[in-house]
Design a protein around this ligand. Structure first.
Ligand SMILES: *Cc1c(COP(=O)(O)O)cnc(C)c1O
Length: 239
């Protein structure tokens, strides 16, 4: 990416926005009778330079989210000395599965059996691979292009993931469609979570909630929030 496309990081602004989102999360948790710290904040750093990950880590951020392998692998390499967990949150091609296991601590976008198999095979071939946290992504729309598994296939994908020794099924993930009340969308995510827990009782995590809807997600039980622009400011254009 040419440097003139990358805005300078506005450090005071970044710290203030992060702090305001953290407060928003804590208030929403309290309002819903949940313990402080009951939800993990994943700051989505996609399209931003590696220096943003570094700044965020200095501000105490422990989890970052990326949605494209090429970008994530480069950023991870530039941040080798930065202590953060890398969450892969975008659509993932099976032929990139092994490479993603090289840096990702979690994949939020399991959407088909072939991807589960590719991730598991990559884990098996590398005895040093740590167990990968996995979320079954649920498609809340009728559009198969939107990413995520269809409702009817949640259970079988969860079963397949549970049977893979190098993967740990953490729970479900979803993106609320823009044209639906987020409360309705997140209620369906909670139902999807019940389906997954009927297969794997410990897979209680719910990855839901972005900049504009994280409070509704917390109300519906989200444990992992993927928040970008509200913290980072506007994203540079991709590529
Ligand atoms: C970009 C992205 C986010 C963050 O969106 P914001 O609106 O910037 O908070 C969350 N989840 C996924 C899957 C994304 O691709």
């Amino acid at each position: 990416m040419p440097t003139h496309d990358v805005p300078d990081i506005d450090s005071p602004g970044l710290a203030a926005r992060l702090s305001s989102v953290r407060q928003g999360i804590e208030s929403a948790l309290t309002a819903n009778g949940r313990a402080a710290g009951d939800a993990t904040l994943i700051v989505v750093t996609k399209f931003h330079p590696a220096s943003l990950v570094r700044e965020l880590a200095e501000l105490g951020v422990r989890d970052v989210g990326e949605n494209k392998h090429q970008e994530a692998v480069a950023k991870h390499a530039e941040c080798a000395d930065v202590d953060v967990n890398w969450h892969f949150i975008g659509q993932l091609q099976s032929n990139k599965a092994a490479a993603v296991r090289g840096y990702a601590d979690a994949v939020h976008s399991l959407d088909r059996p072939s991807l589960v198999t590719a991730l598991e095979n990559a884990g098996r071939q590398n005895p040093d691979a740590k167990v990968l946290d996995c979320f079954v992504q649920v498609n809340l729309t009728d559009d198969p292009g939107r990413g995520g598994v269809a409702w009817a296939d949640i259970e079988s994908l969860a079963e397949l993931t549970c049977a893979a020794p190098s993967l740990r099924l953490a729970g479900v993930m979803a993106v609320a469609p823009l044209d639906v009340d987020p409360r309705e969308a997140f209620a369906r995510v909670a139902q999807a979570s019940e389906i997954v827990r009927s297969v794997a009782p410990d897979a209680r995590s719910i990855s839901a909630g972005m900049s504009h809807d994280y409070e509704a997600a917390i109300e519906a039980g989200a444990t992992h929030l993927r928040i970008g622009t509200q913290i980072t400011g506007k994203r540079p254009l991709p590529g």
